[in-house]
Write a protein that binds this ligand. Structure first.
Ligand SMILES: [Zn+2]
Ligand SMILES: [Zn+2]
Length: 325
């Protein structure tokens, strides 16, 4: 199944829903106009109803595609009892409210990604983003432009209402015959959670795709260390002993421990590269433009520039050792 899914990804096509193992389905949802092509949600059959991992993007086309795919594999939204969200990004929380509206499912997510409780702790999403962008040292007009872009999708992050917030640490969730361990894996976001199905699968959200780097947290406050968080989270995922990783983008893959080690080495090398670039005080804005990305800085799209800038901010902090583990 993974091979067909991988081939579709490389051809920039969205594959049909397919089984990963008996009773676990990958359901790709097209993301029109996005470089990511698709977000894959996963459906787990249990004696306590269907468990849905992530909930796509909030667009009528995504909700329709999801319902159609379920029909083709013989399932119905009404049978979903629980929605486990890996993290609070728009392409993962999209139709959680609609699923709950139809089936009465519980919606659960890591507490640190729940802005309803984080308003008084970490601050609202846009407050944190404003802080992060200011910390990058980018010129005012660049910061303002990047902030304005993010405002367009922020509202949905902030108003998501959970039925339960998962505290940091491992939580065992029982669904009849299926046990799923929620494992707090910050780095991409502060409440990012991977879900380990004890039959040997781990649903890795945006933390460990088959290829490419992991985006470090888009928002941050001065004391945060998303790069250090991610390096520790990759260890935790490696140590689960899973045989199959099911990421929310790209395609499922094996050799989970090997991939965790590979990503750790990649991000450690990024930290080293930043350290080499810095000779004295430097801002993320200075460093990001000198780093090597897929294309020269000025040719990157505005969204990619924003993501790379905050990623660099995180690398720079970790390199400075202020937040070293
Ligand atoms: Zn994400
Ligand atoms: Zn995503």
């Amino acid at each position: 199944m993974s091979e067909a899914h991988a081939a579709s990804y490389r051809a920039r096509e969205v594959p049909a829903a397919a089984q990963v193992i008996d009773g676990v389905w990958a359901v790709p949802i097209p993301l029109h106009g996005s470089a990511l092509t698709a977000v894959t949600v996963f459906l787990i059959e249990t004696r306590a109803g269907l468990v849905l991992i992530d909930a796509g993007y909030n667009h009528p086309s995504c909700w329709t595609a999801f319902q159609r795919s379920l029909t083709t594999i013989g399932h119905r939204v009404e049978a979903i009892s629980t929605v486990l969200i890996t993290h609070n990004h728009p392409d993962h929380v999209g139709f959680a409210d609609q699923v709950r509206g139809v089936s009465g499912a519980r919606v659960l997510m890591g507490a640190a990604d729940d802005f309803a409780t984080m308003h008084g702790v970490r601050g609202a999403f846009l407050d944190q983003l404003g802080t992060a962008l200011d910390l990058t040292g980018a010129p005012r007009d660049i910061v303002d432009g990047m902030y304005a872009e993010a405002v367009k999708v922020a509202e949905h992050h902030e108003r998501l209402r959970l039925d339960g917030a998962l505290p940091a640490g491992d939580i065992e969730l029982e669904f009849g015959d299926v046990t799923i361990r929620a494992v707090h894996t910050p780095g991409h976001t502060y409440g990012h959670t991977v879900y380990y199905d004890t039959r040997g699968l781990v649903f890795t959200g945006d933390t460990m795709m088959a290829e490419g780097p992991t985006q470090l947290a888009i928002v941050s406050r001065p004391g945060d260390d998303p790069a250090g968080d991610l390096l520790r989270s990759l260890d935790r995922i490696r140590d689960l002993g899973a045989g199959i990783a099911c990421p929310a983008h790209q395609f499922p893959y094996r050799d989970v421990a090997g991939r965790a080690e590979q990503l750790k080495a990649f991000h450690q090398a990024e930290v080293d590269a930043v350290r080499d670039l810095v000779d004295g005080p430097a801002t993320a804005w200075d460093v990001a433009r000198r780093m090597s990305w897929k294309k020269p800085w000025d040719e990157l799209g505005p969204g990619t520039r924003r993501f790379n800038l905050v990623h660099t901010l995180a690398l720079l902090r970790h390199a400075a050792g202020r937040q070293a583990p």
